[in-house]
Design a protein around this ligand. Structure first.
Ligand SMILES: NC(=O)C1=CN([C@@H]2O[C@H](COP(=O)(O)OP(=O)(O)OC[C@H]3O[C@@H](n4cnc5c(N)ncnc54)[C@H](OP(=O)(O)O)[C@@H]3O)[C@@H](O)[C@H]2O)[C@@H](O)CC1
Ligand SMILES: Nc1ncnc2c1ncn2[C@@H]1O[C@H](COP(=O)(O)OP(=O)(O)O)[C@@H](O)[C@H]1O
Length: 279
């Protein structure tokens, strides 16, 4: 088992893709999002806001129709028509146990494209279906469920007790990068390096903060899609950068007081400005 190394602000800054004069909205990266549901439309809004505030060329939100109304109400910039994307974010605000046949097909087609993909919450069970480089973003309960479904007898409390070990075990077992959420974020690549990231103040432990993180990571993957496809070993670094940026935005938004998940998303541009200024 390799050691865990601590991720730095300078490393995060290196993964912020600053647009150049030759860029357009497509060259900056397009993120496809299959998130939210009639039950959890808010998760779609939060993920979209996290991605949009991280900076990318375009977001195609292709999830639940009712959720799309809420997304558009908050962010008219979002495109709801299908088309080419450079990365996928799937599962936040979804429940795999109530997945319709139509959604299963839509998810299957997206995952078959072989693009960099983030799987969260209600799409974690599809981890074997993705043809491209994958990061999963479970919390303790979700990782316990995912591993138990594969025959490992593990409870949420076991993972809470030894998160670093379980993040690594899960990466090896599932063959994908695992970003395990908690007060410290552990990012493990299969048989690769382990990265430890400070998750920000405990005020970040609020409903929807994880949905925002999915958006942040999706945006970074969309804007670095080519590099990740050419060199999948950098995937863990992109995931660590997303977790670090998210934690720093949480810190800025909170300044010692309570926050809601949207506050964190809204603080992302300030966190990025600060990281770039320090780089
Ligand atoms: N705005 C939105 O749209 C939002 C949408 N969201 C979306 O919701 C979906 C489900 O995600 P989730 O993480 O909440 O569910 P899940 O993985 O089943 O874990 C449940 C665990 O919590 C525990 N538990 C529950 N109540 C408890 C209590 N009072 N006190 C203590 N424990 C309690 C419960 O424990 P148990 O009851 O089993 O003992 C179980 O371990 C997902 O798609 C996500 O994206 C969220 O991101 C939020 C914002
Ligand atoms: N004690 C804590 N301190 C700092 N950050 C935390 C703490 N607990 C959870 N977090 C962060 O809050 C977010 C919670 O995500 P998640 O559990 O998926 O919630 P949700 O599904 O409501 O979005 C993650 O980014 C996680 O790292």
């Amino acid at each position: 088992m390799s050691d865990w190394r601590d991720w730095t602000a300078a490393e995060t800054a290196a993964w912020i893709r600053v647009p150049e004069s030759g860029d357009d909205k497509y060259s900056r990266g397009v993120l496809g999002m299959l998130t939210g549901s009639a039950e959890y439309p808010g998760a779609a809004v939060l993920g979209v806001e996290g991605a949009a505030r991280t900076g990318l060329g375009m977001i195609r939100y292709l999830g639940d129709e009712r959720a799309a109304d809420f997304v558009l109400h908050r962010r008219p910039e979002i495109v709801t028509g299908a088309g080419r994307v450079q990365a996928w974010l799937a599962g936040s605000g979804m429940d795999s146990s109530t997945r319709s046949g139509g959604l299963a097909e839509q998810l299957g087609a997206a995952l078959a494209e072989g693009l960099p993909t983030v799987l969260d919450a209600g799409a974690l069970d599809l981890v074997d279906r993705a043809a491209g480089p994958v990061v999963i973003t479970p919390h303790f309960g979700e990782l316990a469920r995912l591993l138990s479904a594969r025959g490992d007898e593990v409870e949420k409390s076991d993972i809470a007790e030894l998160p670093a070990q379980w993040a690594r075990a899960a990466a090896d077992r599932l063959g994908v990068v695992v970003l395990l959420k908690g007060s410290t974020t552990y990012v493990a690549a299969p048989r690769g390096e382990g990265i430890r990231v400070a998750a920000g103040p405990a005020w970040v432990a609020t409903a929807g903060a994880g949905d925002v993180l999915g958006g942040v990571l999706g945006a970074l993957l969309a804007s670095h899609s080519e590099r990740v496809l050419a060199e999948p070993s950098v995937l863990a670094e992109v995931a660590a950068a997303a977790a670090h940026l998210h934690g720093r935005a949480g810190e800025l938004a909170s300044s010692g007081g309570p926050i809601v998940a949207l506050d964190l998303a809204e603080a992302l541009p300030a966190a990025i400005r600060e990281l770039l200024a320090g780089a």
